[in-house]
Design a binder for this molecule. Structure first.
Ligand SMILES: Nc1ncnc2c1ncn2[C@@H]1O[C@H](COP(=O)(O)OP(=O)(O)OP(=O)(O)O)[C@@H](O)[C@H]1O
Length: 207
């Protein structure tokens, strides 16, 4: 079970508001995160992963407390076993595609890297710098890198925004398979409701 309680003031162009989340989510869920633009979805991911400390927060993953502001408990990002794919990919320009994907692995496993290169049609670019790739190709590298971490919680911020429809299907199937096989919990921010409606097991709408 994942318990999440967050209250955090965010500063938007239309004034200050509170990002408020209070949810209990079963492990292994595929969570579709929705909400208006600028409502705080990315900030929510940053709080979950430990990049932002909220004004108030309690996050528990099974028996492990990741955050408890009332008791001054804060596990840093590297101790949370959560992987995060940013909207802007944040790939390392001085590494090849393959090195980018392998970098994230705490336990190195080249077979997994090769499998991901294959599945996301990146094999031919494995020794290329990501800066030479198109936006959609870079997004595929970012997603492969995030999955390669094999984390308990996977956070994906608009993971398909730059890829074409055919590749979206491939990537989506890959995510679902990964979700099922690894029992990791996925949180996916996406504006395409209909794409996620049929298979997401939990809806988290931020208001
Ligand atoms: N650490 C922070 N503390 C307070 N406010 C923040 C913080 N980080 C971002 N903000 C503000 O919170 C607001 C919400 O931003 P955020 O990127 O989380 O929204 P979003 O729902 O992901 O938007 P979009 O769907 O357009 O990507 C923005 O106006 C931003 O300036």
């Amino acid at each position: 079970m994942i318990e999440i309680q967050i209250r955090h003031q965010i500063f938007t162009s239309s004034g200050n508001k509170f990002l408020e989340v209070d949810e209990r989510i079963s492990e292994g869920s595929f969570v579709h995160v929705s909400g208006d633009s600028g409502i705080g979805k990315t900030t929510f991911f940053k709080v979950l992963s430990g990049l932002v400390v909220p004004d108030f927060g309690f996050i528990k993953l099974n028996d492990k407390i990741l955050l408890d502001t009332a008791n001054k408990i804060f596990l840093p990002p590297q101790k949370r076993n959560i992987s995060l794919m940013f909207q802007n990919y944040a790939l390392f320009p001085n590494m090849t595609v393959k090195q980018n994907i392998a970098f994230a692995q705490t336990e190195k496993d080249e077979n997994i890297v090769d499998e991901l290169l294959e599945k996301f049609a990146l094999k031919t670019f494995e020794n290329t710098s990501p800066s030479k790739l198109s936006g959609g190709q870079q997004q595929r590298v970012a997603l492969a890198r995030t999955l390669a971490q094999n984390a308990e919680i996977v956070l994906l911020d608009e993971p398909f925004s730059a890829v074409d429809i055919a590749m979206r299907k491939v990537m989506l199937n890959e995510l679902l398979e990964f979700n099922k096989n690894n029992n990791s919990t996925f949180f996916v921010i996406s504006h395409s409701e209909e794409e996620f409606e049929s298979f997401s097991t939990y809806n988290l709408n931020i208001i």
